[in-house]
Each structure stands twice: as structure tokens, then as C-alpha cells.
Design a protein around this ligand. Structure first.
Ligand code: GTR
Length: 357
């Protein structure tokens, strides 16, 4: 059933090189991966500046909010050099007390407060995860190119839209946390919801230090295949939020079948690492069905690697379904566009499962 739907959509082929030849093995895939990165940056998210030489902490504060004595809350001012001088933004860390190396999550957040309605900090702490949260607006707001990170690089040189900028910031948080003794740097996740779920996918696709890439309700231009999509289409997203992408993306408004890629290209870059996508049944704008089928397509890359990818049935999932046996996980929950406690708990389970392997 799902495979038939994928065939009908006539998606651009993951295993076909630009010159028409075929990917036969994992070595070929590594070369194909570079082509895929090029096309999604050139046509969708824009080009992104290289990693800065040095990321450092300018200031650190301790917050007296110790989660029943079980945790610590620190705020770092993360700083690095850009083309136009120094740039910094605050990063909140909530960690279990002590110096044990714990898996870490880079949480790209809507809000700066800890905890907030989208982030049940105490529950996540109790699960033994250290969470580095930054608020996307502290890096750069949605449509302003005159301040924040957007103003720190030459726009004629780099074509990035806002999703690229937030993804770049998530990678800088990763640079920083890798320097801390209390982080298990072999077990780092990146996670986001909605526009920030799109961002988590891009950061995870580009930066292989993220072993787990978790995207909640990311929908259009995130986890969902654009061809045949219900709810939000490329035209809708470009009309409202064109600045999240590069200019080239506008070519595909009402013109999806001309795209030399689709969202399975982005998600395929995460293989052989751990990928988790979550949908909500009432979030029709994001289109749970098209989020789900992307994973079916991406599973083919895990097969090429001889790794268990997406272990699901060949039918559309029901609310309450969780598929987390392989390296590609998914759940569909009841309710609306939101990142809930239910979602966080599934993410934590998925990370811990990977951690044991
Ligand atoms: C919706 C938008 C989605 C999603 C979300 C958000 O309105 O159309 O693509 O990103 O907003 O708030 O991030």
C-alpha cells in the first residue's frame, strides 16, 4: 500500500547519480550523499558558512532552580567569531547533578524559559538526559536580516535562509558541548518542533556528530514529502515564510514535480545514524501521512547499509502507534500540532535504546 503510493509519486531517485549511473554500494552512497547535500542547499535551504575556528563561553551563570535537588541549571553565553566580528547567544543547560557523562540533546526551542509548555525539563532530567536549549529568536528572528546572526555574514556570499541559520547555531552548540566532561559526546541528539523540527533535520543531516535526529510535527519542507502533500504546500510556506529558505526554493511553488529532490533527500543524509519523526493525527497542515512515507523511502538507504531502518507495517499508522525497533523511529499521537510530554518520553526512550547498542 505505502510502496504503491511512493511509486505513484514518482520521486527523484536517491540511488541515481546526477550523471545517470546507479548507487550500488555504501562507497557509492558516500559520493551520492555529497550530490544530495549540494542540491538541497542550492535549491532549498541555501548555502551555509563553514564552522568557525573556535567556540567559547563568555559568561556562565547558575540558576537556583535545582529540580528537587536532582539537577543543575546553567546558562552559558556561547560565543564565536563571524565574518563581521563576535557573535553570542545564550544556551540553557539542564543536567543531572554530578559529573557522570550523560547523553545530551541540543534542543532548538521556541521559548527561552525553562521549563516551558513545550519542554518538561524535570521529566527529561529524570530520564538521565542533559539538555542544551537555545531559543531560536536569540540567534535570529523570523524575518529580520539586519540583526542577529543574519547580519554577521555576507548575504551575497551565503544564500542561507533562516532555517539554515538556526541549524548553524545548533551545530555551534554541539561544538561547545563536546568540550564538556559531563557530556557523552558519542551520544548527542538534536531535536526541534515545527519550523525547528525542519531545522533539526537540516542540522542533523549536515553534521554527523548528531547521532540522533529528532523532528516533531515538522511537515512541509521538513519530514513530509512535498509531492502530493495535503495541507501546507511549498506555495503556502514560501508566501508566508519565504525567508526560511533560499530564493531558489520559490521556483517550486505550485511546481513540485519539477524539483530535482524531495524531502527524502534531506532525511536520507542521516543514515546510518538514528532518525526519529513524530506526527499528530489532527496536524493535517503538516500531513502525518506524507511524514510517514518519507521514512519508508529512506529505509532503502538503511537497507543498502545492511542496517535495520524503519520497522513498520505496510499501512498507514494509527494514533498510539510507535515504531522504534530499528534506527528509524516514528510515532503518531492523538491531538494537535504541539510537542508534548508524550513526545518527549518517546524521544528519550529512542535515545536510550540507541545508547545501549
Ligand atoms: C506553521 C507553518 C509550519 C510550521 C509552523 C511553525 O504555520 O506553516 O510549516 O513550521 O507554523 O510554527 O513553525
Amino acid at each position: 500500500m505505502i510502496n504503491e503510493r511512493l511509486m505513484q509519486l514518482n520521486l527523484p531517485k536517491l540511488f541515481k547519480f546526477d550523471d545517470g549511473s546507479t548507487v550500488e554500494n555504501v562507497n557509492d552512497w558516500e559520493r551520492r550523499r555529497d550530490e544530495i547535500i549540494d542540491v538541497i542547499l542550492k535549491e532549498e535551504y541555501g548555502t551555509i558558512p563553514p564552522r568557525p575556528d573556535n567556540v567559547f563561553v563568555k559568561d556562565m551563570r547558575r540558576v537556583h532552580n535545582d529540580f528537587a535537588g536532582k539537577g543543575e541549571h546553567l546558562i552559558y553565553d556561547l560565543c564565536f567569531m563571524t565574518e563581521r566580528g563576535e557573535f553570542s547567544f545564550p544556551v540553557n543547560v539542564v543536567k543531572p547533578k554530578g559529573n557522570k557523562k550523560n547523553p545530551a540533546v541540543v534542543h532548538i526551542a521556541f521559548r527561552p524559559d525553562i521549563p516551558d509548555k513545550y519542554y518538561p525539563a524535570e521529566e527529561v532530567l529524570d530520564l538521565g538526559l542533559t539538555v542544551f536549549t537555545f531559543c531560536y529568536q536569540d540567534v535570529t528572528t523570523d524575518d529580520d536580516f539586519e540583526s542577529g546572526l543574519a547580519a554577521m555574514y555576507d548575504r551575497n556570499k551565503w544564500t542561507w535562509g533562516k532555517i539554515g541559520m538556526w541549524a548553524f547555531a545548533a551545530m555551534r552548540v554541539c561544538d561547545l558541548l563536546c568540550t564538556f566532561d559531563y557530556v557523552d559526546s558519542n551520544n548527542i541528539a538534536v531535536m526541534g518542533h515545527s519550523r525547528l523540527g525542519k531545522t533539526a533535520l537540516l542540522a542533523g543531516a549536515l553534521d554527523e556528530r548528531f547521532k540522533y535526529v529528532i523532528s516533531n510535527n515538522s511537515g512541509c519542507s521538513g519530514a513530509a514529502i512535498s509531492r502530493g502533500k495535503e495541507g501546507e504546500r511549498i506555495k503556502d510556506i514560501c508566501n508566508r515564510f519565504g525567508y526560511w529558505f533560499c530564493e531558489n526554493y520559490k521556483k517550486y511553488m505550485d511546481n513540485e514535480e519539477k524539483m530535482p529532490f524531495d524531502q527524502h533527500f534531506l532525511l536520507s543524509l542521516i543514515c546510518p545514524r538514528y532518525l526519529y519523526v513524530s506526527s499528530a493525527i489532527e496536524d493535517k497542515w503538516a500531513d502525518p501521512f506524507n511524514e510517514f512515507i518519507t521514512l519508508k523511502e529512506v529505509d532503502k538507504v538503511y537497507c543498502l547499509h545492511g542496517i535495520d531502518g524503519f520497522a513498520s507495517e505496510d499501512s498507514f499508522p494509527r494514533p498510539g502507534d510507535v515504531f522504534s525497533e530499528g534506527r528509524v523511529g516514528y510515532h503518531l499521537r492523538e491531538g494537535t500540532h504541539y510537542v508534548s510530554r508524550y513526545d518527549w518520553l518517546r524521544f528519550a526512550e529512542f535515545i536510550k535504546k540507541g545508547d545501549r547498542i
